[in-house]
Design a protein around this ligand. Structure first.
Ligand SMILES: CC(=O)N[C@H]1[C@@H](OP(=O)(O)OP(=O)(O)OC[C@H]2O[C@@H](n3ccc(=O)[nH]c3=O)[C@H](O)[C@@H]2O)O[C@H](CO)[C@@H](O)[C@@H]1O
Ligand SMILES: C=C(OP(=O)(O)O)C(=O)O
Length: 442
């Protein structure tokens, strides 16, 4: 494994990726399930936990609050003991927040357990403004008091937290999780409307139910939570990472390869599989995973827009765009979740891709960004051969997309900043080895 050893890969592209790999637990569930442990009064066991840097960041934050964490090699097991949760020093919280957005989700659990919480500077991918206004609004509705301090935001709940009728202006994943993690121990009933219902959220609800929570997911994005007085521990196997699985599928397609992704599951990937099939990719699903391959011949362009679940998720968009450079004709991608998630295409253009960005909502329905001057639609003209280049990783998924482009390109590429990719792709260099990729460190 390369993590921490170097930040540059020299990739010799132009050969198909062929072989098997395994994806483990989803980054977007594992970090939240770890936060849920803060609510528990007994020990918790999370399995299928991947070795990614986001897990290290959240572990560091939880340890600051007195949660004892051990890991074993058995099934990626993480043992969390929250029986002695304590107040942490604000400066230390800031130092541990790192590149993740998860710290904002500690608010509800810490308010319940300690009566006080701080929100440090948040990290996460720079793919848009990413405000936390929904989070603060819902916390206030539960009874939290939010004060601006020189060191950040301080939250208290002088009268305790009470269930509320909450409506989200947009089905935000993080704000939905904020409501869940706060409402489960709040006094009374919470009714959340316009909730996000991503598979990782449903898996978090499963974790909370194991702990003793009472949560019902109703039709039309409504979630009802009856607060309880005490939550116990949990033993849970994390849902597999459908974003990582989709990323390797795109790598197989763009390199004309054949990759078996052990752990990939059909149900959470249905929107991806439909698109993969429409562009001409082949896949075969069995009980253990999904095989993705380029069946030969030409790939078809398509019009697509990203959306909240059950739509085509935004995190698949960047790897897919690289594969779309190899389809015949004009593809349109309308990014409706983040206003600035197409900037990574500039480097692809340097590698020979023909991609034009537009401010208009192209190829789909008008979205929140239509009148706001963001270049959030792309037209990709293909197929275009890609050539090696020197490129720098802009964000997590953009970084993996650059790796795909470098592997698909003729010649050599130097990819800088690969450490960012370890936020969400476990042991990716080992996986590249297993697929026969040619690259050097440095
Ligand atoms: C760690 C994690 O799980 N990250 C995922 C999570 O991010 P995250 O939870 O941050 O994403 P959200 O669903 O909250 O964000 C969606 C949109 O809502 C906006 N918004 C959000 C909160 C808020 O208070 N105000 C506001 O305006 C955001 O700027 C964005 O435009 O869901 C995204 C959408 O599926 C994924 O791309 C990320 O991989
Ligand atoms: C945007 C992402 O994650 P985060 O919310 O952690 O920045 C991602 O996983 O692509």
């Amino acid at each position: 494994m390369l993590w921490g050893m170097t930040d540059v890969l020299t990739v010799n592209g132009g050969a198909p990726l062929v072989g098997d790999l395994e994806v483990r637990g989803a980054k977007n569930l594992v970090s939240k399930a770890m936060v849920a442990a803060l609510l528990a009064e007994d020990r918790c066991r999370l399995r299928n936990v991947p070795e990614i840097s986001d897990v290290k960041i959240v572990s560091g934050l939880l340890e600051l609050h007195g949660v004892r964490i051990d890991s074993t090699d058995r099934d990626g097991e993480l043992l969390l003991d929250p029986t002695n949760v304590e107040q942490a020093h604000v400066a230390d919280i800031d130092a541990h927040a790192g590149s993740s957005r998860v710290p904002v989700l500690l608010c509800g659990p810490l308010l319940h357990r300690l009566g006080e919480a701080f929100i440090p500077d948040l990290g996460g991918c720079r793919i848009g403004e990413r405000p936390i206004n929904y989070h603060l609004d819902v916390l206030r509705q539960f009874g939290a008091d939010v004060q601006k301090r020189p060191e950040g935001l301080r939250l208290t709940a002088p009268g305790g937290l009470r269930g509320a009728k909450v409506h989200l202006p947009y089905p935000s994943v993080g704000a939905t999780e904020q409501v869940l993690l706060t409402a489960v121990r709040a006094q009374g009933v919470t009714e959340l409307s316009n909730a996000a219902v991503e598979p990782e959220i449903i898996d978090l609800i499963c974790v909370l139910q194991k702990m003793g929570a009472i949560i019902s997911v109703e039709t039309d994005r409504v979630i009802k939570i009856e607060g309880v007085e005490r939550l116990g521990g949990f033993d849970h196997r994390a849902i597999p990472d459908r974003i990582e699985a989709g990323s390797w599928a795109c790598a197989a397609l763009a390199t004309r390869g054949d990759v078996y992704v052990r752990g990939a599951q059909q149900q959470p990937m249905m929107p991806f599989l439909n698109v993969f099939r429409k562009v001409g990719g082949a896949f075969d699903i069995d009980d253990e995973g999904i095989r993705f391959w380029h069946p030969g011949g030409r790939l078809e362009s398509l019009a697509l827009e990203t959306d909240v679940h059950p739509g085509f998720m935004t995190d698949w968009q960047q790897p897919l765009v690289v594969a779309l450079t190899q389809t015949s004709g004009l593809s349109i991608v309308h990014e409706t979740v983040y206003e600035n998630r197409l900037g990574f295409t500039e480097a692809l253009a340097e590698m020979g891709a023909v991609i034009q960005l537009y401010r208009e909502c192209l190829g789909g329905s008008p979205c929140r960004f239509g009148r706001a001057n963001f270049r959030h639609s792309a037209v990709i003209s293909g197929p275009t051969p890609l050539r090696g280049a020197e490129i720098t990783v802009p964000d997590l998924r953009g970084g993996f997309s650059y790796l795909i482009a470098a592997l698909a390109a003729e010649g050599q590429s130097k990819v800088h900043g690969i450490d960012l990719i370890y936020r969400g792709y476990e042991r990716f260099s080992d996986k590249l080895d297993a697929l026969g990729a040619s690259y050097d460190v440095g």
